[in-house]
Design a protein around this ligand. Structure first.
Ligand code: ZN
Ligand code: ZN
Length: 181
């Protein structure tokens, strides 16, 4: 996978897995392909559960809004993934950087490294606040817990979808008119 300077695809991959968790290992691999990873992963029996843990650890970062806490968590993740840059030229992709040992190829480990570094790049280049849950879900009883990766120009995306933005707008409107009725 080519991590662009913004780490965008790796963060979008993590959010895609978190928001729409695949039914099996094959579904996870298919998602990595959709988001641009070309590495073949040797299959291991506990891949599925271990990738789930990678996503759950990542969700702790999502739910930690304080920038210092966030940085601290991500630093810990990158350290334990041994996520340091390495030049590589696999699959005729051209020389690019991987953030892991070249012989570390298990699916959960590679995802852990790529997602940690990608998230760190995304936050440091676009802004530390550009990763959070959909604001619609802040209202008690609202079912949305989707992760929002804010790659918009102005960096003020609050909702995961137009549907959620509309639902929140309707609620605000109702609250206002209830007050004046
Ligand atoms: Zn690569
Ligand atoms: Zn939403």
């Amino acid at each position: 996978m080519h991590l662009n300077p913004y780490g965008e695809y790796a963060v979008l991959l993590a959010a895609s897995l978190a928001n729409d968790w695949p039914a099996d290992r094959q579904g996870i691999v298919a998602r990595t392909r959709e988001l641009g990873m070309t590495v073949d992963f040797p299959e291991e029996a506990d891949d599925y559960d271990r990738v789930r843990r990678v996503i759950d650890d990542w969700l702790v970062v999502v739910d930690t809004s304080d920038p210092h806490e966030r940085a601290h968590l991500l630093n810990r993740h990158m350290a334990s993934a041994a996520a340091y840059p390495r030049l590589t030229d696999h699959n005729d992709e051209g020389w690019h950087l991987h953030y892991r040992d070249n012989d570390a190829r298990s699916l959960p480990h590679v995802l852990f490294a790529v997602v940690s570094v990608g998230t760190a790049l995304h936050l440091t280049t676009r802004g530390m606040h550009r990763l959070h849950r959909c604001a619609a879900g802040e209202t008690p009883g609202d079912p949305c817990a989707a992760v929002v990766v804010d790659i918009t120009r102005n960096g003020r995306q609050r909702y995961c979808s137009v549907r959620c933005a509309n639902r929140a707008a309707v609620r605000r409107h109702r609250a206002r008119t209830a007050g004046t009725a």
